[in-house]
Write a protein that binds this ligand. Structure first.
Ligand code: ADP
Ligand code: GLC
Length: 471
């Protein structure tokens, strides 16, 4: 099949989180299974240098204006063909979505423009693609445009996170140039606003989300972010497919970003990575307790609020803590202040740092994922592969990737907690520390964690079934 993925991130070209990882791993896995796959991405700052102009220019109507898109092209490091929608006024900026914790004021213009340009581009690809596979709200207008214009594509929309919907003032509807009847309950209107994700939910031929558990969660009012009734109405076309981990990138046995490589059968170098991490972060060496880590967007979803009240208690003990993340300036400030208070035991790195992230997964003993909700949670998957045992809230995809340690049956490879309270997180941390003190037990846990296999190849048949179902 010929499949065009359309989304706003693709690792390592442009990413803020797991969406980028999926748009790297899934297209490559589909291509390996014999499909013809490409990705359409905005041409963000810095991407032009390694790209070439295809010469294709598209005049995109945007309300009363017409904005020109140039289509550039490059190969991702994994060989996947990437089309870049270039319009410097929209995408030649320091951030993907915003700067200093604030979204750009023209997000509606930018991504309505992107979706329209992507659809026009798809129309010019010869032979025509079978499937346009849109990801998240930034591309959710694609299925609406395809249906409104009766184009001969089948569309799939993947929901990576229902909390981000692309909701804008009703005035932004004009930018879509859709007929007025689309601004209604059976279109892109939701409670008087333009809601791009809702439009995609209605008009895509099939919907997927990134774990089976999350597919069940988002039909409930608690987790539906206001859209649960819409999701329920379209539940028949929704499939939960757990994301994969791209082990070409995330494998401690081959990871060139690490100072030393290791595997389940040869673990000595994990200790070297741990030492290197502590040195890199200017933390005191050789702690008696575990090295804990968190790598994440600092958004409300991620449960930083559960961790903050525990920092003083946690760091009173001989443990180390490394946090890498950026996002909400209030969390950034609090983490920074706490890191000063606990210098030597706790480091906070603000920023998006790929190499450091790899070293953290490798050097950590345990990996914190206290999320309020988590559609999939790729960080936890990577942590397992690197032998950093997850301490995580049991929600969404984390239910499917992490098995709680049961000392009676000697099964499991992580520490789950259920209540969204700091005390519940604390209990899980205490359990992890207790078993860390028993090296034989910890080693067995680590071995089980590293044996988990979440490769993308497992998800491919499920996506193929979805594609076949809409053809
Ligand atoms: P989400 O997509 O909600 O952000 P995931 O856990 O699915 O959560 O994916 C997060 C991905 O982003 C992981 O690959 C993680 O390593 C990476 N990541 C998050 N924050 C940073 C950061 N500050 N620096 C480097 N990588 C990061
Ligand atoms: C979203 C979710 C995360 C998921 C990622 C990739 O950002 O928050 O749980 O792993 O998308 O699908």
């Amino acid at each position: 099949m010929k499949i065009v993925h359309i989304g706003s991130e693709m690792s390592p070209l442009a990413r803020t989180g797991g969406l980028g990882d999926v748009l790297e791993g899934l297209p490559a896995a589909l291509a390996a299974a014999g499909h013809e796959v490409s990705v359409v991405l905005p041409c963000y700052r810095g991407l032009r240098a390694a790209a070439r102009d295809t010469g294709v220019k598209i005049a995109v109507p945007l309300g009363g204006q017409t904005v020109r898109a140039e289509i550039w092209e490059c190969r991702a490091p994994n060989g996947v063909q990437v089309f870049l929608v270039r319009a410097d006024g929209f995408f030649d900026r320091a951030g993907l979505y915003g700067e200093d914790g604030r979204d750009y004021g023209d997000s509606a213009e930018r991504f309505i423009f992107f979706a329209k340009a992507a659809v026009e581009l798809a129309r010019r690809i010869v032979p025509a693609p079978d499937i346009l596979h849109a990801h998240d709200w930034q591309a959710a207008l694609v299925p609406v445009l395809v249906r409104a214009r009766r184009l001969p594509f089948r569309t799939v929309l993947t929901i990576h996170n229902l909390a981000y919907q692309g909701s804008f003032d009703s005035g932004a509807f004009g930018l879509t140039n859709l007929p007025g009847e689309f601004f209604s309950a059976s279109g892109v209107e939701f409670y008087g606003r333009l809601n791009l994700l809702k439009g995609g939910l209605l008009y895509a031929d099939a919907l997927t989300t990134v774990s089976e558990r999350y597919a069940r969660e988002i039909v409930s009012p608690q987790q539906g972010n206001g859209l649960d009734a819409v999701v329920r109405e379209h539940a028949a076309k929704l499939t939960g497919i757990l994301n994969g981990a791209d082990y070409a990138v995330w494998n401690p046995a081959t990871d060139a970003l690490l100072p030393a490589q290791y595997s389940a059968g040869a673990m000595a170098a994990k200790q070297a990575c741990r030492d290197a991490l502590l040195a890199e972060c200017r933390l005191e060496p050789e702690p008696g307790g575990p090295v804990l880590a968190l790598v994440s967007r600092l958004a409300e979803q991620k449960g930083i609020d559960l961790l903050l009240p525990l920092l003083d208690r946690l760091l009173a003990d001989d443990v180390r803590l490394v946090i890498l993340g950026e996002g909400d300036p209030a969390y950034e400030r609090e983490l920074f202040i706490a890191s000063k208070r606990h210098a030597g035991r706790f480091t906070y790195h603000q920023g998006m740092e790929e190499k450091l992230a790899h070293l953290i997964y490798a050097g950590a003993d345990a990996f914190l994922v206290p999320s309020h909700f988590e559609p999939c949670g790729l960080g936890a998957m990577y942590a397992l592969k690197y032998g950093a045992l997850p301490i995580a809230r049991a929600t969404g995809g984390l239910y499917e990737t992490i098995q709680d340690y049961d000392p009676v049956s000697e099964t499991g490879h992580g520490f789950l907690f259920y209540d969204t309270t700091s005390e519940a997180l604390w209990d899980a941390i205490i359990r992890a520390k207790q078993y860390f003190a028993d090296p034989v037990c910890w080693q067995a846990l680590t071995q089980r964690a590293m044996a988990c296999d979440f490769s993308w190849a497992k998800a491919v048949p499920a996506y193929e079934a979805v594609y076949r179902g809409v053809k």
